[in-house]
Design a protein around this ligand. Structure first.
Ligand SMILES: [Fe+2]
Length: 264
C-alpha cells in the first residue's frame, strides 16, 4: 500500500509535502465523482463505522463535502491531530512508507477514481486515503498505534538484508498486518462489531462484502499467515476488542524481533 514520490524522505520539509500538487488541475468531473463517492459511502457507513471514526468524521467531515484541497486540509489536520498529508503519485518503497507514517506523515494519492470504480478500487485514490483513513487519526490511541507500529516495522525491515528471503517474508507479514488492521480491521463496541479499517470505510462494495462474511477474533499469527489481495474485497475480517489489542500485538512483534524502542 505504498507509493512512489520523487522526494528524498530523509530530508523532507513541510514545503515538500505538496510539491507538484495543484488543486486547480482537478476537473469538474473529478469534483462530481468525489461527491457521488461521498454520498454512497456515507450511506454505506451507517451502522458500520466505529465510534472513533464517526467522531473523527464529525470533526473533519465538513472538509470532505467537496473534493478537498490538500493544502487547506493539511493546516486543519496538523492543528487537530499532528498528522500531515504528503501528496504522492505511486507506490513507495516499503521502508519509506513506514518511515513516513512513523513521523505522522500520511502519503495520499491525488487522483479521484473513475465512475466504474465507485464501489471498489484496487488502487487507492484520494478518496480512499482521505475519507478512509484521516478521521481515525483523531483518536489519539489509534494515531499512536499507526505511528509507533510503523516505526517498529521500519526498524525491523531496515535491519534485514535487502534481497534476502527473510526480508520478502517480513514484508509479506507486515503487509498482512496492515491490511487486516488499518485497512480491513473491525473493533468490538457495545455488543456489536464495527469497522475501523480504511478499505471498508471508503468503499460501499467492501461494506457490502463485510456484511456477507463473518469475522474472526484478531490473532497476530493467524493474520501473519493469512494471504490477501488488495485487488479484491477482503477474504476475511478480524475483530479486536479495543485498540489495546493492537498495542499487545505490537509488543509481541517487538519482543520477537528484539526491538526495544521505535524511532519515535
Ligand atoms: Fe489505505
Amino acid at each position: 500500500m505504498s507509493r512512489i514520490t520523487d522526494l528524498n524522505i530523509d530530508d523532507i520539509k513541510d514545503s515538500d509535502l505538496l510539491k507538484g500538487f495543484d488543486f486547480d488541475n482537478y476537473t469538474e468531473g473529478d469534483k462530481q465523482r468525489w461527491k457521488a463517492l461521498l454520498a454512497g459511502v456515507l450511506e454505506a457507513q451507517d451502522g458500520v463505522a466505529c465510534h472513533s471514526y464517526t467522531s473523527g468524521m464529525a470533526r473533519l467531515g465538513e472538509s470532505f463535502s467537496e473534493l478537498p484541497n490538500l493544502a487547506e486540509l493539511n493546516d486543519k489536520l496538523e492543528r487537530l491531530t499532528g498528522w500531515k498529508v504528503m501528496a504522492v503519485n505511486g507506490l513507495l518503497p516499503c521502508e519509506d512508507f513506514y518511515k513516513l507514517l512513523s513521523r505522522k506523515i500520511f502519503p495520499s494519492a491525488t487522483f479521484v477514481r473513475d465512475w466504474h470504480s465507485q464501489a471498489f478500487t484496487g488502487y487507492p485514490d484520494i478518496f480512499h486515503d482521505v475519507v478512509g483513513h484521516l478521521p481515525l487519526f483523531f483518536d489519539p490511541k489509534f494515531s499512536d498505534f499507526v505511528s509507533k507500529s510503523s516505526g517498529v516495522i521500519y526498524e525491523i525491515l531496515k535491519n534485514t538484508p535487502n534481497g534476502s528471503g527473510d526480508k520478502e517474508m517480513l514484508i509479506q507479514y507486515f503487509s498482512r498486518y496492515g491490511w487486516f488492521t488499518w485497512e480491513a480491521g473491525l473493533i468490538k463496541e457495545h455488543g456489536t462489531v464495527r469497522a475501523y479499517g480504511g478499505a471498508i470505510l471508503s468503499s460501499s462494495g467492501e461494506t457490502e462484502n463485510l456484511k456477507k462474511r463473518g469475522y474472526d477474533d484478531f490473532d497476530l499469527m493467524e493474520v501473519f499467515n493469512q494471504s490477501y489481495t488488495d485487488k479484491e474485497f477482503s477474504c476475511r475480517y478480524f475483530a479486536i476488542n479495543s485498540y489495546d489489542d493492537l498495542f499487545a500485538s505490537l509488543e509481541a512483534i517487538k519482543t520477537r524481533f528484539g526491538i526495544t524502542d521505535s524511532i519515535n
